[in-house]
Design a protein around this ligand. Structure first.
Ligand code: KG4
Ligand code: ZN
Length: 345
């Protein structure tokens, strides 16, 4: 079964054609990072306009690369929630139009479900039950899956998402958007033990990441002998290259420690055979290493290929395939609605 997957929930315009949930026939991603970097974050109106410019060429290339046509595929899947409203509208409108024109079964797909299913794209078949750590720019959740298409949220962030925290700390340190990869790069030459940052005490399997961002802010002000009234955007002008690296390394180590600790707690409470990483922050090499160190002896550990860690259309098609296998019925493309927020289901 060949599925066209379309993704446009944030700042990547993407389309891919996947066969039987795992075989990648094409995968096209046009990123808007360079456009938004100028503003230090995603500007929703600019994102929507950029999706409009990119969506048709991206879909066309996905067909050409796969040597397929709209007639030759079996179904169309698209991210319809959660995400930026204007961005979601562009991808869903393109997908609906194709589904109507070519009379193809149509499957709206949840973005976080897609991130989880990125783990199936390399031909792996993680064994159930499993624990998936969804770590992206908008979400931080631990999800327990007893079988395909079953999602039980057992832990969530109470404030910022982990990716958002990487992005905000990067801003304090004067590193460009998106913060995650730039923090990781700076951290390579930094001392992760230079600054002690607090591990928040949060109940159960929940997270809190906003405190650590403030802790970095205060530690930077203190290290620079500046009053706490100094605006965060001024700090970067006073930081040396080594200080930036040391703060990046100390922050990254602490954020990863918070996540691994909660995952270890979850693994004690839930009888999982596999542990999965999902979402943009899963591209972090230190996080991948630490996950393997913590769980290799007790669980099967899966991380997506780097190219499927951040937003892409391949994961959308893969998630739709396994939903179809689990009995999900096609949706009427005329009646689809988008939603900026929603819980995985
Ligand atoms: O999943 P994603 O592409 O979009 C959302 O669904 O949010 O995730 C984007 C997030 C951003 O916050 C970005 O800083 C973070 O993933 N990210 C990373 C790395 N690469 C991307 N965070 C830490 N280390 C990385 N290497
Ligand atoms: Zn995402």
């Amino acid at each position: 079964m060949k599925i066209l997957g379309i993704e446009s929930s944030c700042d990547e315009t993407a389309a891919a054609i996947i066969e039987d949930g795992q075989k990648v026939l094409s995968n096209v991603v046009v990123s808007q990072i360079d456009i938004h970097a100028e503003y230090g974050g995603v500007i929703p109106e600019i994102a929507a306009r950029s999706h409009i410019e990119a969506i048709n060429p991206v879909i066309k290339k996905a067909f050409t690369d796969a040597n397929e046509t709209p007639e030759s595929i079996d179904a169309i899947a698209v991210t319809h929630t959660p995400g930026l409203v204007g961005s979601l509208l562009v991808g869903t409108l393109a997908a609906r139009t194709l589904a109507i024109l070519y009379n193809k079964p149509f499957y709206p797909t949840h973005h976080l479900k897609s991130h989880i299913y990125a783990n199936w794209l390399s031909g792996s078949n993680p064994e159930f039950p499993l624990l998936a750590a969804v770590v992206s720019g908008g979400h931080t959740q631990i999800i327990y899956m007893k079988h395909h298409n079953h999602f039980e949220i057992i832990g969530s962030t109470r404030d910022d998402a982990i990716g958002e925290c990487f992005d905000k700390v990067a801003k304090i340190l004067g590193l460009p958007y998106p913060g995650g990869p730039n923090i990781a790069k700076e951290a390579l030459t930094g001392n992760p033990d230079k600054y002690q940052l607090p591990i928040p005490k949060v109940d159960a399997l929940d997270f809190s990441f906003s405190g650590i961002k403030t802790a970095v802010l205060r530690a930077v002000q203190k290290d620079l002998n500046l009053p706490i009234t100094t605006p965060s955007h001024e700090l970067k002008n006073h930081l040396s290259k080594q200080q930036v690296s040391d703060f990046a390394a100390s922050f990254q180590q602490t954020a990863i420690k918070i996540l691994i600790k909660k995952l270890q707690k979850a693994a004690k409470e839930y009888p999982a055979k596999s542990i999965l990483l999902a979402g943009g922050v899963s591209a972090n090499s230190m996080l991948r290493d630490e996950l393997h160190k913590a769980f290799d002896k007790s669980h099967q550990v899966y991380v997506p290929d780097f190219k499927y860690s951040t937003d892409n259309g391949a994961m959308v098609a893969s998630a739709a395939y396994y939903s179809i296998q689990s009995g999900q019925k096609a949706t009427d493309p005329y009646s689809l609605d988008i939603s900026p927020r929603s819980i995985i289901s």
